[in-house]
Structures are given as C-alpha cells and as structure tokens.
Design a protein around this ligand. Sequence first.
Ligand SMILES: *Cc1c(COP(=O)(O)O)cnc(C)c1O
Length: 395
Amino acid sequence: MNVTHLECSLTGERYEAGRVHNLSRAGKPLLVRYDTDAAKRALSRDSLASREPGMWKWRELLPNGIEPVSLGELETPVVALARTGGPNLLVKDEGRLPTGSFKARGLAMAVTMAKQFGIERIAMPTNGNAGAALAAYGARAGIETIVICPAETPEINVTETAAYGARVYVADGQIDECGALVGQGAAEGRWFDCSTLKEPYRLEGKKVMGFELAEQLGWELPDAIFYPTGGGTGLIGMWKGFDELEAVGLIGSKRPRMYAVQAEGCAPMVRAFERGEEFAERWENAATVATGIRVPKAVGDFLILRAVRESGGAAIAVSEDAILQAVEDAARDDGFLFCPEGGAVLAAWRKALANGVVGKDERVLLFNCANGNKYPLPDRSKRLDLEAAAPTLLL
Ligand SMILES: *Cc1c(COP(=O)(O)O)cnc(C)c1O
C-alpha cells in the first residue's frame, strides 16, 4: 500500500492505514499520508503526460488498493473568460464531471474505499450535489445509500439522487442538522457516515483538482485561486495536494493566494477570518441561492482558515444580487454558464479587483464546481404566434 498512515489534522496523532476511519479522537478530520519517496520515483512531468488523462492517473498520490469505482472522471478543462476578465482570468470547469459536479471526484474516491473495506450501506447529509454523486457511485459499487437533504435543496438534485436508487429524505432543517441524524445512525452501527471531512478519502479525490491545474498551467500555479467554500474540501484538499506535488518534485515552493468565497447569507468563514479566529462559529439562519455553499458549520473550519491565511489570501462574502449578476454576465459575454456557486466566485473576483486585492494582470483561477444547467434560470423567452410571425419581427 502506498498510504503510510493517516494523521489527525489538529493534533498530528497517527492512525493506521487500511482500516475504516471517520474523525480522529479529537473529533477532527484525518489526513491521508503517502510514501512520497516511492511516488517521486514513479512520477515525473513526462510520465504523467504520457498517462491516460483523468483523476486516476495520479494513483501514486491516491489510496490505490482496488480497481476504482468509476464513471469516467475526465480531466476538466481550464477555460479563459476573455471578455469578462481578460486573458488572465481562467475558470476550471468542474461541471463536466459525472453527475454534473465536482462532488464526483470525492465520492468516486470515498466509494472506492468503502467498497475496498466491504462497507454495505452509506448515509450522508447534502445540499444536493454530494448526495447525487454518492448515490451514483453507490449504484455503481452495489452499495446502499441514504441521503438527507435540507428543505431548500434544488429539486433536480433530489430527483436525480432518487433515480440512482438512493433513499432520499427532504428534511426541515439545515445541512448540519441533517448531519446530526446521520451521525446518530452511524453511532448505532446502521450505516457508514460519509459526511464532508468526517470520512478521510473524499478530500483525496478533491485534491486532484490542484494536481490537474498545476499540470494544465505548465507546472506554474496561478497567482490566486477563488474557491466557493462550503465544507471546504476542495480548498483544503488542493492546499494539501500542492505540498505533495512539491514533495515529489513536480512544483517548487510558489503557492497561489487562496480566496474562500461565501455568500453574505451564510459566511461563517468570512466572519471568523475577519475576527482573526481559528475556528468558526455556526452561522444562524443561513440562506443563499448558492446552495452548495450553504454550510453553517464546517468541521474543517480551522483547515480552511489556515490555508487561506498561510497563502496570504482572504475569505470574501458576496451578495445574492452580485451572484446572479455574475452568472448572467459570464453567460452573455463569454458563453460560459456558471452555477450560482461559480457566480459567487466570479462576483468575489470582481470585488477583489475593485478593492485592489488582486491585480488585473494577475493570473487568477476561478472554480465552477457544477454544471449551470442543473439550476433554474430566469425565463427570458417571448411567445410567438406563427400565423402572424415574420422574420423581421424577430429582430
Ligand atoms: C459542494 C459544492 C461547493 C462547496 O464545496 P466544498 O469543497 O464542500 O466547500 C461549491 N459549489 C458546488 C456547486 C457544490 O456542489
């Protein structure tokens, strides 16, 4: 096995590889550690370039026990938003992945590990995309899934999750409250808890975003990364992944400034960042159209804040109007349809540019984490009476 051990992200306490884990004894996320010397011998820029693209080509830096449970996790493209921001504004479009969101990366990895461990039933609280991905990979692996969504979860996520054969419940509370019920069932031995960061392997799948962008940008990380932050798995994962890339000699010590983006209606990380706190208090009455980042309380709060601070970045909150405007503008100007969480990221970049936090000449990478088509859009069509219609009337 290429995994040497796992480690508590708060205390550094070591845990044995090859066993089922959730949180550490301190109640914090566990981080997977690898034999990086062996990985270094196998990985080079050339050897990677010659491999089949996609997340599994990074196998030396992922737990590589069994054949992956896969739906074809392609390498997502980096697209320039030239009209929106000039040639230096890039977006990594995670909406191309199976189930239409980057949750596929984390759940492909987590379900692969669950299968390896012989786990037969998995439960999860979700704002939508994670539940759909869990259900899809669960179906693929022959593992039963139970998904609990807060009331405002987009309908399409709920119906999609059910289509994969999961048991789906829509609950009258926030995601952390749904998570408490999942935790209770796990403690009673009824299922395995696959909540964000309460299971160590989703993070490993997500960190591959950082590997891919490094290679796609010619092994030169961008000046800044803007990430829509709910539980923060991707941000924490990429930050961990950059150190792994450096340890195997693929990149140097340069790091991007990491910007954690939240909505003003649910901004616990922004509040903690501004107050200089290590942990973030729960955000009451959380509400935003960007449901993927509606996470009032994140178990990895200190890891998000640590990455943001170490990198010289910031946590930024944006308004609902700015989110919707950003989605509309990028679609019209560059033909790129962001999901609302991606719209938040573009809005945060605009705010940072206006405040002088980023420069126009800096190379910036935004994350769009789901397919914009999964979300309702305003209907701007007009009725047409074909009897009375003529081409000139359409212009
Ligand atoms: C889950 C999700 C996020 C937040 O991701 P984390 O890594 O958990 O912070 C952002 N955008 C979309 C579309 C999501 O589904």
